[in-house]
Design a protein around this ligand. Sequence first.
Ligand SMILES: Nc1ncnc2c1ncn2[C@@H]1O[C@H](COP(=O)(O)OP(=O)(O)OP(=O)(O)O)[C@@H](O)[C@H]1O
Length: 238
Amino acid sequence: MSALKLVDVTRVHGVGESQVVALDRVSLSVSPGELVAVMGPSGSGKSTLLNLAGALDNPSSGQVLVEGDDLAKLSPRQVAALRRQRLGFVFQDLNLIPSLTAAENVALPLELDGVSARAARKHAAEALESVGIRDLGDRFPEEMSGGQQQRAAIARALVGERRLVLADEPTGALDSTTGEAVLRVLRDRCDAGAAGLLVTHEARHAAWADRVVFLRDGKVVDTTGDPSEPESLLGSAV
Ligand SMILES: Nc1ncnc2c1ncn2[C@@H]1O[C@H](COP(=O)(O)OP(=O)(O)OP(=O)(O)O)[C@@H](O)[C@H]1O
């Protein structure tokens, strides 16, 4: 079963003359263990695609299925549970809670889900370890560098059993070494069986993926199984 499946998905923003077709009949499937990069010019629909996959937005038509569950058929409570338990989000906006330490931020999704505080702290320590900042667990976000905060946000996105990880330019605030480390964590998680969707402008980041899907004007214009060559794809499609 696909971890994520979009079937003929269209998303129209706005009404009347200001209408924008942000996604136009997009179909896409991501399997467990697969990391798919989404590339395309500014305004091509990448964030819209990610928001739909993460149940943060609803399609105007078409279906979005996460592990076979049609999001439109779930109750708001079920959607919230799906977001907490099965999805990991890494967005540009870090959204770490300033009054909580790094470890508490990472443990929060588990605690919200009823995991005991002790078990949540243990999982949080492991997740912080996986992004190389286990020793910073007691720091508050303002006591960490931008790169360290980003790693904490990634740890939070990956903590527990998240089987679909959605990343929007996760390396945005990072120097290139830390950025590579973050992508390696994402890659490792996919190698361990999670599915990943990575929005990126950078060909060398897309090279970590198994496949690149290229959007233009809300449509999938190309897809390649050889992400080591996304420049050629960019060259042909832009
Ligand atoms: N809430 C909204 N209301 C109206 N139009 C929107 C809204 N969100 C996105 N759009 C439009 O939909 C189109 C796709 O936007 P989207 O943010 O998905 O593109 P993107 O590929 O992620 O761009 P970028 O690379 O600049 O982040 C754009 O034309 C954008 O202006």
